[in-house]
Design a protein around this ligand. Structure first.
Ligand code: ATP
Ligand code: MG
Length: 259
């Protein structure tokens, strides 16, 4: 299989309306909290090579809320895994708060991930043997710097997400949308500097989508959390400060895509 590399394009940094007042707690004061530089990813399946990302470069400022949209198979989840240090890029670099993932040992990368990044996975990744509350508590224990779980915040998030009565249930006893909301709560309760969310409203109806998006916005504004949200839904994307578009593994400038 062969492919033509797309011309190099980098998405511009969006409106310069993010001031120091919005900088998150775990941030070191650099201009960009996320930097992706010429990222490429090729999956190898036997002799077949699948190019999933092609020369992707962009930067996100601390406290920005950025959405990434693009058709199925355009490389959004691949980018998500690479930005979160869960998969290695074939080429290029990711810097989180100025630190290059590739320069870290596996242990250091894991520590960085746990302390700085909250994940909402497209497939939820809840632990099946634990209840919803158990999933939330263990995530906090892993990420937390020995601080007790903020029960008031847990209660507030639970109410906002409408899953108050479901916390004692295991994932198999919850609907897809309920599991998704538990996964979102699990990521937010640790107050990470960066929240990476892959289709956080993918399984939700309009009412719950709005609740989730308002909550992401609230977290972003109140705690200065940087949010990078992948979505198929244009209405969800509109919640962000700016939107990056992906096509066939590359970022494209909005003006090249057309209405
Ligand atoms: N582990 C893998 N091994 C081989 N190919 C893969 C793997 N993961 C993804 N791909 C391929 O890479 C491309 C990008 O996949 P990716 O999951 O990043 O797309 P996506 O934009 O997240 O799609 P969706 O909107 O459906 O979630 C696709 O062609 C996919 O088939
Ligand atoms: Mg995906």
């Amino acid at each position: 299989m062969s492919f033509q590399p797309a011309p190099t394009r980098s998405a511009n940094i969006g409106p310069a309306n993010i001031g120091p007042a919005n900088i998150g707690p775990a941030h070191t004061g650099l201009a960009n909290i996320i930097e992706a530089e010429h990222l490429g990813k090729t999956y190898k399946i036997g002799k077949l090579q699948v190019p999933a990302l092609i020369d992707v470069s962009f930067a996100v400022k601390p406290g920005e809320f950025v959405s990434i949209v693009g058709p199925s198979g355009s490389g959004k989840s691949t980018l998500f895994y690479i930005l979160g240090g869960l998969t290695r890029a074939t080429t290029g670099h990711v810097r989180i708060d100025g630190v290059d993932f590739a320069a870290l040992s596996d242990g250091e990368r894991t520590r960085m991930r746990k302390t700085k990044i909250g994940f909402v996975f497209q497939k939820f990744n809840l632990l099946p043997t634990l209840t919803a509350l158990g999933n939330i508590e263990i995530a906090h224990e892993i990420a937390g710097a020995g601080e007790p779980l903020d029960r008031n915040r847990l209660h507030e998030l639970t109410e906002m997400l409408g899953i108050g009565g479901r916390l004692e249930h295991r994932p198999s006893e919850l609907s897809g949308g309920e599991q998704q909301r538990v996964a979102i709560l699990r990521a937010l309760v640790t107050k990470p500097a960066i929240l990476l969310a892959d289709e956080p409203t993918g399984n939700l109806d309009t009412k719950n989508s709005e609740a989730v998006l308002s909550m992401l916005r609230h977290s972003n504004k109140t705690f200065g959390q940087t949010v990078l949200m992948i979505t198929h839904n244009p209405e969800a994307a509109a919640f962000a400060d700016r939107t990056l578009l992906m096509r066939d593994g590359a970022l494209v400038e909005p003006e090249l895509v057309g209405p």
